[in-house]
Each structure stands twice: as C-alpha cells, then as structure tokens.
Write a protein that binds this ligand. Structure first.
Ligand code: C2E
Ligand code: MG
Ligand code: MG
Ligand code: MG
Length: 292
C-alpha cells in the first residue's frame, strides 16, 4: 500500500539515501540559480562579444574574425563560456543567447566591412551549439538576422563541432545544404576532438576546417601531433577545404604550419579575443604596417 511505501522510503532516506539526495538537491539548486543568473544576464545586458582575428599564413592579413561571447557577472566577475554555455544548452536558453550573438556580431561586423576595416570577403564566424543547429527555425533566424543587419550571407560563417554534426548526419547535411544555398558557409570547429568520420566529411558541405588547439599545442615537440596536423591539412586540401589552426601561440608553430601549407592561424600569437574598439585598432595598425 502507498502509505507503507512512503514510510519505507522515508526510513531509507534517513539512512543511506540521505547523502545522495542532499548531493542531488545541491546540484539542482545550483543549476536553477545558474538558469536564473543567465536570465538576469540577458535582461541586464551583461553579455558582450569579443572578436578574435583569423590570420592568413601566406601574407598575414586578417581574413576574418570569430565572435566569442563574454559574461561579466556583477559579483562573480568573468564567467567562462565553457562554464555557462553547457548550462544554457541544457535549459534551452542558448537559443536566446545564440540569437543575440548572431544579431550583435552581424551588425557590428557589417559596420566594419562597410568602413573598409575588414576585406570584402572577410568571414565573420559565429559558434552554433547543437541545440541551435537542430532548431527547426534555424534558417528563418539566420535569414532574419542577415536581413536586419545587412550583412551579406557570403560573409557569415557558422562554426559547428564534429559531435553536433554526428548527432544526426542526414539532417545535418540537409540543414547545411539549405543554408549553403543562401550563401552561408560552414566551418567544422575543434576538429579531431570528436569522433570524426572521414566518410561523412566528404559528404558534408564544409568550407573550413579548424584543427583543434590540442594538436597545435605541442608543436614542435610532439611528432605524433605534427604528423596528424600535417595529414589533416593535406586531406582537407584534397577535399577543397580551407584549414585554420586554432590556438597558435609560437613562431615555431607558425613555421611548421606554413611549411605544411596551413591556410590560416588563430591564436594568442596574433591576437587575443578583442573588444570591438581594440579590433578596430588592431586592423588599423595592421593596415599601416602593410603600407610601410
Ligand atoms: P571555440 O569556439 O573553439 O573558441 C576558441 C577558444 O579558444 C576561445 O575560448 C578562445 O578565446 C580560445 N583561444 C584562442 N586562441 C587561443 C590560444 O592561442 N591559446 C589558448 N589557450 N586559447 C585560445 P573562449 O572564448 O573561452 O570560448 C570557449 C568555447 O566556448 C568556444 O570554443 C566555444 O565552443 C564556446 N563559445 C564561445 N562563444 C560562444 C557563442 O557565442 N556561442 C556558442 N554556442 N558557443 C560559444
Ligand atoms: Mg569556435
Ligand atoms: Mg574551436
Ligand atoms: Mg573549443
């Protein structure tokens, strides 16, 4: 009978289950407070964007930028996206956040393109989470944002990870094809960290492949990482895909990447993620440097 079951549960709870349930309560409460904090952040404009330049390894001009979200919490200070994006992904708040990131980055970068600070064919990269990528209204959202900001579709690049792509390959291909038809391009982010299927790679309409930072990190000390990086570059090129190395921090890495014909680099060696003002300055200084 129900009462008896309830009684038994309570009895149990008093002993062995207690520790477990306290732990669970704590994590649920923590999660709820994060959810509330993220809502507050959205309404109180606590999010900003940073832009990290991507650099041609041929002539070192800026080929584009990646938009990276920043959260300055009034008490906690800087909160890393690695911390709150997964929570927002779980709660569904990533859809509102993601839309905000798209709107803000497309508007700000359209202005930079118009001022001539960025080359006409610059690629403005925005990260898409799994949930955003799977949203049935993705195409509508992208079209609206492009129209409202005035950014040309050919300037927009969407970064998605291998794991996002592999969740449902067939629908991923369909989603990508429909966006590609309006001129948007795709980059595969953190390549090499998910379980990459090379068979799918040739079927996916991908124009850019970003080699994960973990492979670049130990160049030139780790010969395995060097072999993998060189092979990935060669393979991507055979498929007509542009290669960007992530997390470039040293001259040695640049030399290795250049020798292996890697197209572009992104990392602290060239620039950290910058505020809009800092990015404008960075681009202006780079322009005067090439004029000299
Ligand atoms: P990601 O897309 O792979 O972005 C690259 C990350 O590496 C950024 O971290 C960047 O600041 C960092 N990075 C760049 N160059 C270097 C370097 O030379 N050395 C080192 N150690 N790190 C470098 P960040 O900004 O903390 O972002 C972390 C992750 O959070 C991103 O990885 C991305 O997955 C996610 N993220 C960031 N912004 C957004 C967003 O607007 N939407 C979504 N869905 N995810 C985002
Ligand atoms: Mg990225
Ligand atoms: Mg990445
Ligand atoms: Mg990453």
């Amino acid at each position: 009978n129900a009462d008896l079951a309830m009684y038994r549960a309570k009895e149990l709870g008093r002993n062995n289950v207690q520790f477990f349930s306290e732990d669970m309560n704590r994590s649920i409460l923590e999660h709820l407070s994060w959810e509330q904090e993220i809502n507050d952040a959205l309404t109180a404009n606590q999010f900003t964007l940073a832009y990290q330049p991507k650099i041609s390894l041929r002539d070192y001009h800026t080929t584009g930028v990646e938009a990276l979200i920043r959260w300055h919490h009034p008490e906690k200070g800087f909160v890393s996206p690695d911390r709150f994006i997964p929570v927002a992904e779980e709660t569904g708040q990533i859809l509102a956040i993601g839309r905000w990131v798209l709107e803000r980055s497309c508007t700000e970068m359209r202005a930079l393109l118009q001022s001539g600070a960025l080359p006409e064919n610059a690629r403005i990269a925005v990260n898409l989470s799994a949930r955003q990528f799977a949203a049935p209204d993705l195409e509508t959202v992208i079209s609206q944002v492009l129209q409202e900001s005035g950014l040309s579709p050919s300037n927009l690049e969407l970064e998605i990870t291998e794991s996002t792509l592999m969740l449902d390959v067939e629908s991923a291909i369909a989603t990508m094809a429909s966006l590609q038809a309006i001129g948007v391009r795709f980059a595969i982010d953190d390549f090499g960290t998910g379980y990459s299927s090379l068979a799918y790679l040739k079927r996916l309409p991908i124009e850019v492949l970003k080699v994960d930072r973990s492979f670049v990190l130990d160049i030139p000390d780790d010969t395995n990482d060097m072999a993998i990086t060189a092979a990935v570059i060669a393979m991507a090129h055979k498929l007509g895909i542009i290669v960007v190395a992530e997390g470039v921090e040293s001259e040695d890495q640049v030399n290795f990447l250049r020798n292996n014909l890697c197209d572009e680099g992104q990392g602290y060696l060239f620039s950290r993620p910058l505020t809009l003002q800092q990015l404008q300055l960075f681009l202006r200084e780079a322009q005067t440097a090439t004029l000299k």
